[in-house]
Design a protein around this ligand. Structure first.
Ligand SMILES: Cc1ncc(COP(=O)(O)O)c(C=O)c1O
Length: 404
């Protein structure tokens, strides 16, 4: 009998907890405490150098979080009121709200049904004379199609920003993400594969963009200018030394953790391929490292007869925590109401921005009926943990009639 109906859950033990830390992290935090230098000092400098190098970027700027990293990146490329920025409809709100916070208009593109990443065709259809940039999100840690997006950006002379908040260590055709587009942004918020509670980062290979981003993140100062000299309008988007010190220690763990997630997700994918009604996400051979911030799989209610949300409830009851993930961003009141009294005019909307007519069918299907998310910490478990996930799915689907 299913656990949801009073049967015993398939699994009673917890998956690995997150975050993971030890004596190294404790030492690092205490060292900052006793240094009396709590901002803009050696740990920030070292982390900026080390994480930029890790992501194979020439320049790196640490920020207070991934949202401010996006805002700084948009400011660095010179966003102006009314500029259009194309973002996926399937992402965390920050990708799009950072555009609004910077005075721009987010234009939502649909996603690819195999990867849930922004669809280059949908981006191409959304480009207008006011498009300033494309933000490609590496959703769940899976690199988006950086070849097609780079070509679109070059053809239309617009910027490509990689929102790599979920994609530490991810690689596209053998090169780590973050500086393949003009700029990349990262988050170190508590759930992320590299985390310090809060924190963010900007990567780029373009020295002029790096200088602008550095200035914007530090109150519009210049590296060579006086403390009270402000050539640009910026704000305080800096990280603290405590966060940087913690991140330096966490970075030492990232490669081994990524390898473990890769190994476990490969096993899980092979097990899920055997289950009717479950379709693992597609794989693109150009993705050489998937960061597996999320393990997403596609649930096919038309084949199982059981609605996705009921399936999720049943799987949670069996001891496998999972969720349905995002909702289409353009339905959120944050966007539908924000521009109601705006004087901005957008070529994409042929007038005032109005999301009521936006439709991204692949996003809507993923959000309403198809996507199931497992979190990255579950992939740090054992091979038996992966077998438990597959067995619990099998149990729910075999006994689905109990729930109909
Ligand atoms: C895709 C994406 N972009 C941006 C962010 C914003 O990062 P933060 O929470 O650090 O502001 C997140 C994470 O929360 C995210 O998942």
């Amino acid at each position: 009998m299913l656990a949801l109906n009073g049967g015993s859950p398939l699994r009673n033990s917890a998956f690995p907890s997150w975050p993971i830390y030890g004596a190294g992290e404790e030492e690092a935090l205490l060292a900052v405490l006793h240094s009396d230098r709590w901002f803009l000092a050696e740990h920030t400098e070292r982390f900026e150098r080390d994480f930029a190098a890790f992501q194979e970027a020439k320049f790196g700027i640490a920020t207070s979080n991934g949202t401010t990293a996006l805002q700084v990146a948009l400011s660095a490329i010179g966003i102006r009121p009314g500029d259009e920025v194309i973002v996926p409809a399937y992402t965390f709100i920050a990708t799009a709200s950072a555009v609004v916070a910077s005075g721009g208009i987010p234009i939502f593109a649909d996603i690819d049904p195999d990867t849930y990443n922004i669809s280059p065709q949908s981006v191409a259809n959304a480009i207008t004379e006011k498009t300033l940039a494309i933000i490609g999100v590496h959703i769940g840690g899976c690199p988006c199609d950086l070849d097609a997006l780079s070509t679109l950006a070059a053809d239309h002379q617009i910027h490509l920003i990689e929102d790599a908040a979920q994609a530490h260590a991810a690689a596209w055709k053998g090169r780590r993400v973050g500086a393949i587009g003009h700029l990349g942004t990262f988050s170190f918020q508590a759930s992320k594969n590299l985390c310090a509670g809060e924190g963010g980062f900007i990567t780029t290979n373009d020295e002029a963009l790096a200088e602008r981003a550095w200035s914007v993140h530090n109150c519009g100062r210049s590296r060579t200018g006086a403390w009270y000299e402000h050539p640009l309008i910026g704000s305080n988007y800096r990280i603290s030394e405590f966060h940087a010190a913690l991140l330096l220690r966490q970075l030492e763990r990232l490669e081994a953790q990524t390898a473990r997630r890769t190994e476990n997700s490969a096993l899980l994918t092979s097990l899920l391929h055997e289950i009717e009604g479950i379709a693992p996400m597609g794989e693109d051979e150009r993705t050489t490292t998937h960061a597996h911030h999320l393990y997403i799989f596609r649930y096919q209610a038309e084949s199982t007869g059981l609605a996705r949300d009921r399936f999720i409830e049943a799987l949670c009851a069996e001891g496998i925590p999972c969720s349905s993930g995002y909702r289409p961003l353009y339905h959120e009141a944050a966007f539908t109401t924000h521009f109601l009294d705006s004087s901005l005019s957008s070529p994409y909307f042929q007038g005032r921005p109005d999301y009521s007519g936006v439709s991204c069918p692949v996003t809507e299907h993923a959000c309403a009926r198809e996507a199931v998310w497992l979190t990255q910490n579950m992939l740090l478990g054992t091979a038996d943990d992966m077998r438990d996930i597959a067995s619990a799915i099998n149990k729910v689907l075999t006994n689905a009639a109990e729930l109909l």
